[in-house]
Write a protein that binds this ligand. Structure first.
Ligand SMILES: [Zn+2]
Length: 248
């Protein structure tokens, strides 16, 4: 079975840049996983939560509801601090992700671009950098060798993609995204489903209008940048994230 892992920073990141592609992969029999690094407890929009803990608990539920709509085989929210990923022990977080990659053994890994997506949120950038090194180090026997016991072995995922964009938000400083190398046509049905998935994040309801406007502007395409491949090659435009990927 083919497997895909998507690494994000906040509950709701899974819907916007990835939702349609995750649905498309699931519809083709790929086992899809999402690892979200924080429970989003530092969000501006807080619903009726009275504390960070209440908001985190609410957002974990919202994330699972979104994952159900996106047909995610397993979605997990980790417990790293929202708005604090740039202050963590870099090596330790990469090690955590390496261990999870060695367990899940994805063929393809998706994450946000190092620019931090259109919002340039530092957590997005950090998720990108953590996931990038975890992609590279999970396959090397001399990185985190202490994990290599009880049957856990190095795992080289075949491709790493960054989500990317061709526009910046009008009211924010522009970002410098990675060039588009894969255009995934998700179709109108999955576009509607990913908007519904985003709307499972009810604590973030003040953002629904902005999200829907942005996502409809982007239309039925999701854009990615191929950042690394296990088989070296020249850049070429792709329309399928699993193009050239071999089952084990
Ligand atoms: Zn986010």
């Amino acid at each position: 079975m083919l497997r895909l892992l998507c690494v994000t920073a906040h509950p709701d990141d899974e819907a916007g840049g990835f939702g349609g592609s995750l649905l498309l992969c699931a519809s083709r029999g790929v086992e899809t996983h999402v690892l979200c690094l924080t429970p989003g407890q530092a969000a501006t929009h807080r619903g009726d939560a009275r504390s960070d803990e209440e908001l985190a608990a609410k957002r974990r539920e919202e994330f699972q509801a979104s994952c159900r709509l996106l047909k995610i085989a397993r979605g997990e929210v980790l417990d790293y601090p929202d708005a604090g990923l740039d202050r963590l022990d870099f090596y330790a977080v990469v090690g955590d992700l390496v261990q999870r990659i060695r367990r899940i053994r994805p063929h393809v890994i998706l994450t946000i671009g190092p620019e931090g997506a259109v919002t340039a949120h530092p957590d997005h950038s950090m998720a990108s950098l953590f996931a990038t090194l975890a992609y590279h180090w999970a396959g090397r026997s001399n990185r985190f060798p202490e994990q290599l016991k009880d049957g856990l072995t190095p795992h080289r995922a075949q491709k790493l993609y960054y989500s990317t964009t061709t526009f910046s938000l009008p009211d924010r400083q522009p970002v410098s995204p990675a060039p588009v190398t894969a255009i995934i046509e998700i179709g109108p049905e999955f576009l509607e489903t990913k908007i519904r998935a985003f709307k499972q994040h009810t604590s973030q309801s003040p953002l629904f209008q902005l999200f829907e406007t942005m996502v409809r502007k982007r239309g039925t395409r999701e854009l990615f940048h191929l950042a690394a491949t296990a088989t070296p090659r020249q850049a070429q435009m792709e329309s399928d994230l699993f193009e050239g990927v071999k089952e084990d």
